[in-house]
Design a binder for this molecule. Structure first.
Ligand code: CP
Length: 310
């Protein structure tokens, strides 16, 4: 298992294929540990990890905390609610005070793009991005890629369709960078009002017709449609979104035979995906969640102990 080329994981844009391959292979080792009766290793004994969550999370926060505990790290959980942020303390002061208590790694989620990078400028700890604004959510994309790789034995040459809010989805963004680096063919689908103005920079096929997008696909990864976008007038109604882009059983007829349904969660059942599809035998949605723990164990292990001078 070779170490990664960076001491932080801020996103997948620019991360070399060798690093992603190393994370996938290391995840496989940790995935086996999760099936044992005793799911614990001494790998991070003596290390302290801060889970710094300024935004709501169920899967990512619990998955990281469990991953840290399974590797025997000490964990500290920070949430904005109940902290001194309500008394006006700045982000820099907050993290520098917590780091003064001897923190080795920080897992951070924040509504603002760039916060993980900002932390690399004012802390010595290794920083892992757990979702920053509309920028990236790299461990979600890595667990998506791991789940695909485990099923098909490869990423190279697979057609993966990412459906939803291409403009604001950090999960889509990280998936694009990671999947393309690993040789997958990535297609984007959603309302044109939810495409970024510079969508060409992703160098992916883009579709506003879901049936065209799904034709010949191996994997469809369906994003939560953020209902607040409707309030902002970016698409007319939830019902129209469901009619045009919602994934139901009929829409799956043109996918390749051995197709896979994915969703990072949380799901709006009956909006972007029907329960029939979400709970079908082609769905790996809960497998993604299990695999996420192994992927986060791999990322924590591969970044641990990496200092500035390396
Ligand atoms: N997929 C994901 O990031 O879920 P949470 O918001 O619950 O962490």
């Amino acid at each position: 298992m070779s170490r990664l080329s960076s001491r932080h994981l801020l996103g997948l844009e620019g991360v070399p294929a060798e690093d992603i391959q190393s994370i996938l292979e290391t995840s496989n080792t940790f995935r086996e540990v999760l099936d044992r009766t005793i799911k614990k290793l001494p790998t991070l004994r003596g290390m302290t990890v801060l889970n710094l969550f300024y935004e709501a999370s169920t899967r990512t926060r619990i998955s990281f905390e469990l991953a840290e505990k399974r590797l025997s790290a000490d964990t500290v959980n920070f949430s904005k609610a109940g902290s001194s942020v309500s008394k006006g303390e700045s982000l820099r002061d907050t993290v520098q005070n917590i780091e003064a208590m001897k923190i080795d790694m920080v897992v951070v989620r924040h509504k603002s793009t760039g916060v993980p990078y900002f932390l690399t400028q004012c802390m010595d700890a290794n920083i892992i991005n757990a979702g920053d604004g509309a920028h990236e959510h790299p461990t979600q994309a890595l667990l998506d890629m791991y789940t695909i790789w485990k099923k098909y034995g490869r990423l190279d040459g697979l057609r993966v369709v990412l459906v939803g809010d291409v403009k604001h989805s950090r999960v889509i963004r990280s998936n694009i960078w990671g999947l393309k680096t690993m040789g997958a063919s990535v297609a984007l689908c959603g309302p044109s009002t939810l495409f970024p103005y510079d969508i060409e920079k992703f160098e992916c096929d883009s579709y506003t017709d879901i049936d065209e997008a799904l034709d010949g696909a191996d994997v469809v990864n369906i994003m939560r449609i953020q209902l607040e976008r409707q309030q902002a007038g970016i698409f007319p109604s939830q019902r129209e979104y469901t009619n045009l882009f919602g994934i139901n059983k009929e829409r799956l007829r043109n996918l390749n035979k051995n197709y896979t349904i994915m969703h990072p969660g949380p799901m709006n059942r009956g909006v972007e995906i029907t329960s029939e599809v979400a709970d079908s035998d082609k769905s790996v949605i809960l497998e993604q969640v299990t695999n996420g723990q192994a992927v986060r164990m791999a990322v924590l292990y591969l970044l641990s102990g990496r200092k500035e001078e390396e």
